[in-house]
Design a protein around this ligand. Structure first.
Ligand SMILES: [Zn+2]
Ligand SMILES: [Zn+2]
Length: 252
Protein backbone atom coordinates (compact mmCIF):
# COMPACT_ATOMS: atom_id res chain seq x y z
CA UNK A 1 0.00 0.00 0.00
CA UNK A 2 2.78 2.40 0.95
CA UNK A 3 4.19 2.22 -2.61
CA UNK A 4 1.24 4.21 -3.96
CA UNK A 5 1.39 6.76 -1.17
CA UNK A 6 5.05 7.73 -1.07
CA UNK A 7 7.28 9.04 -3.83
CA UNK A 8 10.94 9.49 -3.03
CA UNK A 9 13.48 11.69 -4.76
CA UNK A 10 17.13 12.27 -3.95
CA UNK A 11 17.71 16.03 -3.70
CA UNK A 12 21.36 16.14 -2.58
CA UNK A 13 23.97 13.57 -1.47
CA UNK A 14 22.45 11.46 1.35
CA UNK A 15 19.33 13.66 1.30
CA UNK A 16 15.84 12.61 0.21
CA UNK A 17 12.45 14.23 -0.21
CA UNK A 18 9.58 11.85 0.61
CA UNK A 19 6.31 13.07 -0.89
CA UNK A 20 3.22 11.71 0.88
CA UNK A 21 0.26 11.43 -1.51
CA UNK A 22 1.19 14.71 -3.23
CA UNK A 23 0.00 16.47 -0.08
CA UNK A 24 3.08 17.03 2.05
CA UNK A 25 6.87 16.62 2.04
CA UNK A 26 9.03 14.86 4.58
CA UNK A 27 12.81 14.82 4.29
CA UNK A 28 15.38 12.19 5.24
CA UNK A 29 19.00 13.16 5.94
CA UNK A 30 21.69 10.53 6.39
CA UNK A 31 24.89 10.93 8.37
CA UNK A 32 27.52 8.34 9.22
CA UNK A 33 25.90 7.27 12.53
CA UNK A 34 22.25 8.33 12.36
CA UNK A 35 19.50 9.47 10.04
CA UNK A 36 17.14 12.37 10.65
CA UNK A 37 13.55 12.33 9.44
CA UNK A 38 12.13 15.83 9.14
CA UNK A 39 8.32 15.73 9.52
CA UNK A 40 6.03 12.72 9.32
CA UNK A 41 3.17 13.72 6.97
CA UNK A 42 -0.52 13.14 7.58
CA UNK A 43 0.24 9.53 8.48
CA UNK A 44 -1.58 7.95 5.54
CA UNK A 45 1.00 5.16 5.05
CA UNK A 46 3.79 3.62 7.09
CA UNK A 47 6.49 6.25 6.88
CA UNK A 48 8.87 4.28 9.05
CA UNK A 49 8.90 1.45 6.50
CA UNK A 50 9.48 3.97 3.72
CA UNK A 51 12.43 5.57 5.53
CA UNK A 52 13.91 2.16 6.32
CA UNK A 53 14.00 1.38 2.59
CA UNK A 54 16.47 4.26 2.26
CA UNK A 55 18.64 3.56 5.30
CA UNK A 56 19.28 1.11 8.09
CA UNK A 57 20.85 3.76 10.34
CA UNK A 58 19.03 4.53 13.62
CA UNK A 59 16.33 7.13 12.93
CA UNK A 60 15.66 10.37 14.80
CA UNK A 61 12.45 12.27 14.07
CA UNK A 62 11.94 16.03 14.26
CA UNK A 63 8.88 18.15 13.41
CA UNK A 64 9.22 21.55 11.73
CA UNK A 65 6.01 22.39 13.64
CA UNK A 66 3.11 20.61 15.32
CA UNK A 67 0.40 20.67 12.65
CA UNK A 68 -1.43 17.46 11.74
CA UNK A 69 -0.05 17.29 8.19
CA UNK A 70 3.49 17.13 9.62
CA UNK A 71 2.87 15.25 12.86
CA UNK A 72 0.50 12.55 11.56
CA UNK A 73 3.11 9.79 11.34
CA UNK A 74 4.70 10.17 14.78
CA UNK A 75 2.88 7.10 16.05
CA UNK A 76 5.36 4.94 14.09
CA UNK A 77 8.15 6.14 16.41
CA UNK A 78 8.67 6.08 20.17
CA UNK A 79 9.83 9.69 20.48
CA UNK A 80 10.21 12.81 18.40
CA UNK A 81 11.70 16.28 18.75
CA UNK A 82 9.56 19.42 18.51
CA UNK A 83 10.14 23.05 19.51
CA UNK A 84 9.04 23.69 23.10
CA UNK A 85 6.56 26.43 22.02
CA UNK A 86 4.67 23.94 19.83
CA UNK A 87 3.79 21.70 22.76
CA UNK A 88 1.11 24.24 23.89
CA UNK A 89 -2.52 22.97 23.95
CA UNK A 90 -3.54 24.90 20.80
CA UNK A 91 -1.03 22.89 18.77
CA UNK A 92 -2.08 19.60 20.41
CA UNK A 93 -5.50 20.18 18.89
CA UNK A 94 -4.08 21.22 15.51
CA UNK A 95 -1.90 18.11 15.37
CA UNK A 96 -4.77 15.76 16.24
CA UNK A 97 -6.51 13.04 14.25
CA UNK A 98 -9.60 15.27 14.22
CA UNK A 99 -7.70 18.09 12.47
CA UNK A 100 -6.17 15.58 10.01
CA UNK A 101 -9.57 14.16 9.10
CA UNK A 102 -10.54 17.60 7.73
CA UNK A 103 -7.44 17.75 5.51
CA UNK A 104 -7.41 14.13 4.30
CA UNK A 105 -8.13 13.43 0.63
CA UNK A 106 -11.66 12.02 0.27
CA UNK A 107 -12.08 8.30 0.96
CA UNK A 108 -8.74 7.95 2.77
CA UNK A 109 -8.65 6.62 6.33
CA UNK A 110 -5.64 6.90 8.56
CA UNK A 111 -4.16 3.60 9.74
CA UNK A 112 -3.84 2.98 13.48
CA UNK A 113 -0.28 3.64 14.65
CA UNK A 114 1.30 1.27 17.18
CA UNK A 115 3.07 3.75 19.50
CA UNK A 116 2.28 6.69 21.77
CA UNK A 117 5.46 8.66 21.26
CA UNK A 118 7.08 11.02 23.71
CA UNK A 119 7.63 14.65 22.61
CA UNK A 120 11.15 15.87 23.36
CA UNK A 121 11.06 19.69 23.54
CA UNK A 122 13.94 21.56 21.90
CA UNK A 123 14.95 25.16 21.15
CA UNK A 124 17.38 27.02 18.93
CA UNK A 125 20.39 25.84 20.94
CA UNK A 126 19.75 22.27 19.79
CA UNK A 127 21.47 20.45 16.96
CA UNK A 128 21.46 16.89 15.63
CA UNK A 129 24.82 15.20 15.24
CA UNK A 130 24.26 12.55 12.57
CA UNK A 131 27.95 11.68 12.35
CA UNK A 132 30.02 13.99 10.12
CA UNK A 133 26.85 15.95 9.49
CA UNK A 134 25.42 18.48 11.95
CA UNK A 135 21.86 19.79 11.56
CA UNK A 136 21.17 23.03 13.47
CA UNK A 137 17.75 24.06 14.78
CA UNK A 138 16.57 27.65 14.36
CA UNK A 139 13.24 28.86 15.75
CA UNK A 140 11.43 31.13 13.26
CA UNK A 141 8.06 32.07 14.81
CA UNK A 142 5.26 32.78 12.34
CA UNK A 143 3.18 29.95 10.96
CA UNK A 144 3.37 28.53 14.51
CA UNK A 145 5.24 29.99 17.48
CA UNK A 146 7.55 26.99 17.57
CA UNK A 147 8.18 26.65 13.84
CA UNK A 148 11.79 25.67 13.22
CA UNK A 149 14.11 25.70 10.28
CA UNK A 150 16.67 22.91 10.06
CA UNK A 151 20.04 23.96 8.70
CA UNK A 152 22.27 21.33 7.18
CA UNK A 153 25.83 22.56 7.61
CA UNK A 154 27.24 19.86 5.33
CA UNK A 155 25.07 19.90 2.21
CA UNK A 156 23.94 23.52 2.68
CA UNK A 157 20.23 22.73 2.52
CA UNK A 158 17.56 24.26 4.75
CA UNK A 159 14.16 22.82 5.60
CA UNK A 160 11.56 25.44 6.41
CA UNK A 161 8.36 23.42 6.95
CA UNK A 162 5.42 25.80 6.40
CA UNK A 163 7.14 28.94 7.58
CA UNK A 164 7.44 30.13 4.01
CA UNK A 165 5.83 28.55 0.96
CA UNK A 166 3.66 29.43 -2.02
CA UNK A 167 0.55 29.60 0.17
CA UNK A 168 1.65 30.92 3.54
CA UNK A 169 -1.02 30.11 6.13
CA UNK A 170 -1.17 32.73 8.86
CA UNK A 171 -4.89 32.46 9.63
CA UNK A 172 -4.87 29.58 12.12
CA UNK A 173 -5.03 29.83 15.90
CA UNK A 174 -1.46 29.88 17.16
CA UNK A 175 -0.04 31.81 14.18
CA UNK A 176 1.86 34.97 15.13
CA UNK A 177 1.00 38.39 13.72
CA UNK A 178 2.25 39.20 10.24
CA UNK A 179 4.63 41.75 11.70
CA UNK A 180 6.23 39.07 13.89
CA UNK A 181 6.48 36.77 10.89
CA UNK A 182 8.37 39.50 8.99
CA UNK A 183 11.27 39.23 11.46
CA UNK A 184 11.53 35.52 10.69
CA UNK A 185 10.95 36.11 6.97
CA UNK A 186 13.95 38.42 6.91
CA UNK A 187 16.04 35.70 8.59
CA UNK A 188 14.87 33.10 6.05
CA UNK A 189 15.79 35.34 3.12
CA UNK A 190 19.24 35.93 4.57
CA UNK A 191 19.76 32.19 5.12
CA UNK A 192 18.66 31.44 1.55
CA UNK A 193 21.86 33.12 0.33
CA UNK A 194 23.81 30.24 1.85
CA UNK A 195 21.32 27.35 1.99
CA UNK A 196 19.00 25.82 -0.62
CA UNK A 197 15.42 26.13 0.71
CA UNK A 198 13.01 23.17 0.85
CA UNK A 199 9.50 23.50 2.21
CA UNK A 200 6.69 21.28 3.43
CA UNK A 201 4.33 21.34 0.44
CA UNK A 202 4.28 21.32 -3.37
CA UNK A 203 7.48 20.36 -5.20
CA UNK A 204 9.50 21.22 -2.09
CA UNK A 205 12.17 23.41 -3.62
CA UNK A 206 11.53 27.11 -3.31
CA UNK A 207 12.96 29.87 -5.41
CA UNK A 208 14.44 32.84 -3.63
CA UNK A 209 12.30 35.06 -5.92
CA UNK A 210 9.15 33.41 -4.56
CA UNK A 211 10.37 33.79 -0.99
CA UNK A 212 11.07 37.45 -1.62
CA UNK A 213 7.63 37.93 -3.22
CA UNK A 214 5.98 36.36 -0.15
CA UNK A 215 8.00 38.64 2.11
CA UNK A 216 6.92 41.69 0.09
CA UNK A 217 3.26 40.63 0.32
CA UNK A 218 3.58 40.35 4.11
CA UNK A 219 5.25 43.76 4.28
CA UNK A 220 2.40 45.34 2.33
CA UNK A 221 -0.24 43.59 4.42
CA UNK A 222 1.33 44.55 7.74
CA UNK A 223 0.97 48.24 6.81
CA UNK A 224 -2.84 48.04 6.81
CA UNK A 225 -5.12 48.32 9.82
CA UNK A 226 -6.36 45.39 11.89
CA UNK A 227 -10.00 44.71 11.06
CA UNK A 228 -12.63 45.29 13.67
CA UNK A 229 -14.55 42.23 12.48
CA UNK A 230 -11.77 39.75 11.75
CA UNK A 231 -12.13 37.23 8.98
CA UNK A 232 -9.87 35.12 6.80
CA UNK A 233 -8.48 36.76 3.68
CA UNK A 234 -6.47 35.41 0.74
CA UNK A 235 -3.94 38.03 -0.36
CA UNK A 236 -3.56 39.13 -3.11
CA UNK A 237 -6.22 36.57 -4.25
CA UNK A 238 -7.39 32.97 -3.88
CA UNK A 239 -5.77 31.88 -7.17
CA UNK A 240 -2.54 33.92 -6.81
CA UNK A 241 0.90 32.36 -6.29
CA UNK A 242 2.49 33.19 -3.95
CA UNK A 243 -0.28 34.17 -1.57
CA UNK A 244 -0.79 34.72 2.15
CA UNK A 245 -3.88 33.42 3.93
CA UNK A 246 -4.33 35.48 7.05
CA UNK A 247 -6.68 36.68 9.70
CA UNK A 248 -7.39 40.38 9.48
CA UNK A 249 -7.20 40.72 13.26
CA UNK A 250 -3.52 39.79 13.28
CA UNK A 251 -1.55 42.20 11.15
CA UNK A 252 0.42 43.83 13.95
ZN1 LIG B 1 1.45 23.99 9.11
ZN1 LIG C 1 1.68 21.91 6.28
Amino acid sequence: MSEDIYKTEQIAPDTYRIDEAGAVNCYLLLGKKKALLIDTGLGIGCLREEAEKLTNLPLEVVLTHAHCDHAGGIGWFDHYYVHKSDTAPVYKLLSSYLAASILLPKGIKLPQKPLRPKAVPIDSSFSFDLGERIIHVKNVPGHTKGSIVLLDSKEKQMFTGDDINESLWMQLPGCTTLRQWLTGGRTLLALAREYTPWCGHGPGKQSVEQMRATFELAEKLSEGKNAFFPHTVFYPGKESVPQIVFNEARRH
